[in-house]
Structures are given as C-alpha cells and as structure tokens.
Design a protein around this ligand. Structure first.
Ligand SMILES: *Cc1c(COP(=O)(O)O)cnc(C)c1O
Length: 415
C-alpha cells in the first residue's frame, strides 16, 4: 500500500493521512461540495505523471517527451465533450476558481460590469465577492434570492437592463432549486452579455439529465471535477467552438503554467466513470436522497429554505429556533455528522455565525446511503439540534453511535 511507502520516508504525514482516512470512514459527510473518488481516480492522481512538464495543448507543447501525456489529456478532453455534449473542453484549470478566472480573462476587461449571484445568497466567491479577484477588478452587480430561496428572474432582468453587464454568471454553491438557463440566456441576449454557467455543484446532475443542461444556452460552462462529478480536485471549462482558442489561451499562458497531468489523468478516469450507467443511477439517487433528507428534517419540525430541494443540496434554516449555524455545525460534528454553517436568505447573523447549515447528499450517496438511511440522518440531526443548548453528553454519545452504525453499514475504502 502507498501509505507504507510514505511511512518509510515520513511517518508523521503517513499517520495523519491514516487518521484522515479513519475520519472519513467513521463520520457522515454532508458537506455538499465534497465526495469520495473511486480508488482508480485516486490512484491515477498519484502517478509518475506528476513529474512531467507539458505547457501548451496536446500535440502543441513547449516541452518534448509529451507523447503519452498528449494521449491522456486528449482522452480527458474527448470524454468531457461527450459527457456534457460540449463543443470544446479545456481540462487544465487547477480548480473551479481558476476555470472562472480564465473565462473572466477572456470575456471581460478590468472595470467591466459583471453580474453574478451574491455570495451570502448562495453564489461563489469567484462570482464577484469583494475579497476575490472578481470583485476587486470588475464592477460587480449582484443578484440574490427571495425569501423562498429562489432566483427572482424578473429582478435579474431589471438589473441587467439597468447596468448593462458584459458577462452574466449563473450557477451557485448553495442553491436548491432548478436553474432556468434559458431565462438567463434570454436576459443575456437582451443586453448583449455573454452567459457563463458555473455548474461546479450540479455537474453530475447535468451530465445525467437530472438537471436541465446549460449547454444549449451558455457561451461558457465551467465546473469543478471533485464535487458531484466525483473526480480529483480540479476544474474544466467548456465553450462554443468560436471561443475555443481564446479560452485555451486564457488558461495558458493567461493564468497558469504547467498543467497538472497526474490530475488530468484522474479527471479522464473520473469522466469515464461518469459516462457509465452506474453513474446515472448514482446521480438519480443523489437527488432522491437529498429529497428524503429534506422531508425527514421537515417531518421533525425543522425549517428548510424553500421547503425542500430539487437537487443535491438544502439549507437548514435555524432562525425560528434562535440558533446559529456555527453552533449547530459544531454539535453535528460531535454527533458524527460533518456539515458547514451557511447563511440563509436575509440572514441576520454574520457570515462567521450564520443562521443556517448547508446539507448535501453526494458523498453519503457514494457510500451507498439510500432514502431510509437519509431519514435516520434527518432524525439524528433533529435530535442534535434539540439538545444543542444542553451539555447532554449521554445523548451525544448515543447520536454518535447511531451515525457510526450507518457508516459501518456502508464501509468506505475497506476493500
Ligand atoms: C466550488 C465552486 C467553485 C470553485 O471551486 P474550487 O475548486 O474550490 O476553486 C466555483 N464555483 C462554484 C459555483 C463552486 O461551488
């Protein structure tokens, strides 16, 4: 095993990796942006490909010795195009944020107006947050969601007509409704803006038809490969053929140096997996599981933003209970469930405290969880919320055991 190889050189790091494996095996992972890759994906990412410089595109490199690398990257590109029905794909972005940065570099100039979803309403940092390059170098007009957690498309249209953006971004990190890409395209066309769809979170749902596709509408589609898509950490940009050259140049030499070819190999493996029938069944189960969890929580008397979910993610709304996302995420950790605090629409609390907890089904579904298991997860969460003001160690111990029982039912990386 690789861990033994690491241990020989560096026992400290080896031990921490082993502890992390145990943590992943023995807790219920509900962080909506996380997942568990296959062993094949992980193995591909830890190969000799890490030794190779391959600046440039397949068959047009700045370095010699790329004959194997070229074929690997070509496989990743072809599979991405096939999976999403895309005209062009660049698989080199090191992350989702880098994919977005490359689109900015190609599509807009510093000072141009860009519209994106506000971070505290579910958007991503790279969609115009004031602390991110996107917010620092561009004139950002943010749109949000209504009290039901839904995008108000009429409001988006009004803002677009008023501010005339060059680029409109749709797609989110915490949005539980179906996104109407067609409406976004109509708005973008009305004001002559480019449309970028960032499907970092819903990539697997788009790939399998569980969520409508932005590809007929968007000029650019960016994604991460490590969330629902279940690949290595990384990004992909897809676009219409007419933007292909410009996007490729924006990635390299625009914002990156040498591509991570070991990660690109892992992307190729993950994309092959995503083209399988098994993956279709997985994506379907992700949605069923999210719906089952939302229903269970509501049956237990808890509030969910928008009263449910249409995809893989939901936000527990704690305002009625006068509890904070920070406290509840911490108590959930003690109960064996990992999740993150998150703002709710019009949150009275700061982003460091929040009134919500974001919950997602992708990782638990990879382990094998089904609807009945998610129902039990909902009950554990509800009980943890109930005792969050007490120091009921006995009860916490019981909840931790119930979480562990579910983990034991679906072993992770055991064979
Ligand atoms: C996660 C996410 C990203 C960024 O991905 P990183 O790989 O963490 O840089 C970009 N956009 C959206 C909508 C995301 O959810």
């Amino acid at each position: 095993m690789e861990i033994e190889t690491i241990r020989k050189t560096d026992p400290e790091v080896a031990e921490l990796i082993e502890k992390e494996l145990e943590r992943q095996q023995n807790t219920i992972e509900l962080i909506a942006s996380e997942n568990f890759t296959s062993k094949a994906v992980m193995a591909a990412s830890g190969t000799v490909l890490t030794n190779k410089y391959a600046e440039g595109k397949p068959y047009k490199r700045f370095y010699n010795g790329c004959e194997n690398i070229d074929k690997i990257e070509e496989l990743a590109v072809e599979r991405a195009k096939k999976l999403f029905n895309a005209e062009h794909a660049n698989v080199q972005p090191h992350s989702g944020a880098q994919a977005n940065m490359a689109v900015f570099l190609y599509a807009v100039k510093p000072g141009d107006t860009v519209m994106g979803m506000d971070l505290s309403n579910g958007g991503h940092l790279s969609h115009g947050s004031s602390v991110n390059f996107s917010g620092l170098y561009f004139n950002i007009v943010s749109y949000g969601v209504n009290s039901q957690g839904e995008i108000d498309y009429e409001n988006v249209r009004e803002l677009a007509l008023k501010h005339k953006p060059k680029l409109i971004i749709c797609g989110a990190s915490n949005y539980s409704k179906i996104i109407d890409f067609k409406k976004f395209k109509e708005i973008a066309d009305e004001v002559g803006a480019y449309l970028m769809a960032d499907i970092a979170h819903i990539a697997a749902l788009v790939a399998t038809g569980e969520h409508p596709s932005p590809f007929p509408y968007a000029d650019f589609v960016t994604t991460t490969t490590h969330k629902t898509l279940r690949g290595p950490r990384g990004g992909i940009i897809m676009c219409k053929e007419k933007h292909a050259q410009g996007i490729d140049k924006a990635v390299f030499p625009g914002i990156q140096g040498g591509p991570l070819e070991h990660i690109i190999a892992a992307k190729a493996v993950a994309l092959k997996e995503a083209l399988s029938e098994d993956f279709k069944a997985y994506a379907k189960q992700v949605v069923l599981n999210a719906k089952a969890l939302a229903q269970s929580l509501m049956d237990e008397g808890l509030d969910i933003v928008g009263n449910g979910t249409e995809n893989h993610v939901m936000t527990l709304d704690l305002r009625k209970l006068n509890k904070t996302g920070k406290d509840i995420a911490n108590i959930l950790e003690k109960a064996g469930i990992t999740a993150n605090k998150n703002t709710v629409p019009n949150d009275p609390q700061s982003p460091f405290v929040t009134s919500g907890v974001r919950l997602g089904s992708p990782a638990a579904t990879t382990r094998g969880f089904k609807e009945e298991d998610m129902k039990e997860v909902g009950k554990i969460i509800a009980e943890a919320v109930k005792i969050s003001d007490t120091n009921d160690e006995e009860k916490l111990k019981e909840l931790r055991q119930r979480s562990l029982n579910l983990c034991k039912k679906y072993p992770l990386y055991k064979d």
